[in-house]
Design a protein around this ligand. Sequence first.
Ligand code: SF4
Ligand code: SF4
Length: 477
Amino acid sequence: MSKLNQPNRESVTTINRDGSRKILHPADVSGAFTRWRRLFAAMLVGVYVLLPWIPINGNPAVFLDVLNRRFHLFGLTFAAQDLWLAFFFITGVGFSLFFITALFGRLWCGWACPQTVFLEHVYRRVERWIEGDATKRRLLDQQPWSFDKFSKRGLKQAVFAIISLMIAHLFLAYFISIPQLYAWMTSNPKEHWGAFVFVFIASGIIYFNFAWFREQLCLVICPYGRLQSALIDDDSIIIGYDEDRGEPRGKAKQTGIGDCIDCTRCVQVCPTGIDIRQGLQIECIGCSNCIDACDAIMTKLNRPKGLIRYDSQNGLAGKKKRILRPRIILYFVLMLIGATAMTLSAMQLRSANMNIVRMTGAPYFITETTVRNQYMLRVINKSSEAKTYTVNCNAPDQIFAMEGNEDGITVQPMGEEVRPVIITIQKENYTGRFTLELSLVAPDGHSIIRRDAEFIGPNAELLRQHNAKNAASKVTP
Ligand code: SF4
Ligand code: SF4
């Protein structure tokens, strides 16, 4: 690297002074953290690929069936009516991220974020295989177009495009399931042009991001990086440079200087192009490349590792370190509340759901002897087999009849059935509006869910007038 990147308040290291993009070519690095990160990334890619394939309770482990408004997550099925649970889920995940960030800084960004996993461990690997190491890639950038450059760049972009298509298809599989994806892939695009266009656009965005935009997503788009400074404090674990030990910098053979020999290896391997020796910066995604790079230099010089290391800012400054701090306790309590609320709410989930709404039109009907209310019943079967449910009315004795439920309500797997239900009571039993309780009963006889419905009728004066009219019509010859 000819010139070190020097970020300042007006600019980031990947933008030249004239505003043009500076393409980064991070150098290869090896070491303990790199090995662990590769292993972890391979595991994560395996998980991303396998989740739509692994069946749990008859559905893929993660299947966000938006078209049918059913969401299957690790054996639990959520219908659109259960979406209120998403509030607890999102806040729980948010507070967990706050907690982890306050403790360990941007561990998520460097180790587990799909952007880092796919960019560092898939796309950049392909780039290295085809174009060579960072020096060769930089030279290739500067070369005029030749057959060699054209073939290497063409092959790289073709492989990038294929990987982007695969990721887009995998992404789609989370929403439509693998069998449906296969069916669409093997049929005419005209039959499912919406999905075809979606995959085309998604592949384009993925390709643009990983082939060109790259670290800019972390630097200018991702809000988590911006939040980092608000979430961490001087005791959070970050990746930092031990200034007391490293400064003043100088040549390896010089005496009376610090341990940093100013070799710039830590800068060369950085995927966001920063110099960690300038202190914690918003661009640092916590990838640990600079730790491995510097440790390798220290090992060669027979000096202790850890000039750049995981430590808190207090630790790097030689001050006392604290793990338990007010913000850690606060985030932990909030995380615990979120997790408890989520667990308790998830325990309320049932294998079926039922909703009752009053039918439009007249609110009630009166005959000579009865008052009648009509409802629309929606029964949702969230299991993977067809089931016949019955609906019981746990109402006071005055119920005379319930129509619409005589043979039970059969609902297909993951399906729903909408059915009118009429409830009738004897007129002399009606003394004013009251609440009915309807319960949905599973084929094995246990009650799954209960819902209230209001039964309404005429007020006392209207009822009296109606009875008088009926009596008069009877005596008229
Ligand atoms: S890799 Fe280590 S020795 Fe080399 S410049 Fe960075 S901090 Fe200094
Ligand atoms: S400074 Fe180090 S940890 Fe931060 S992004 Fe660069 S190489 Fe990764």
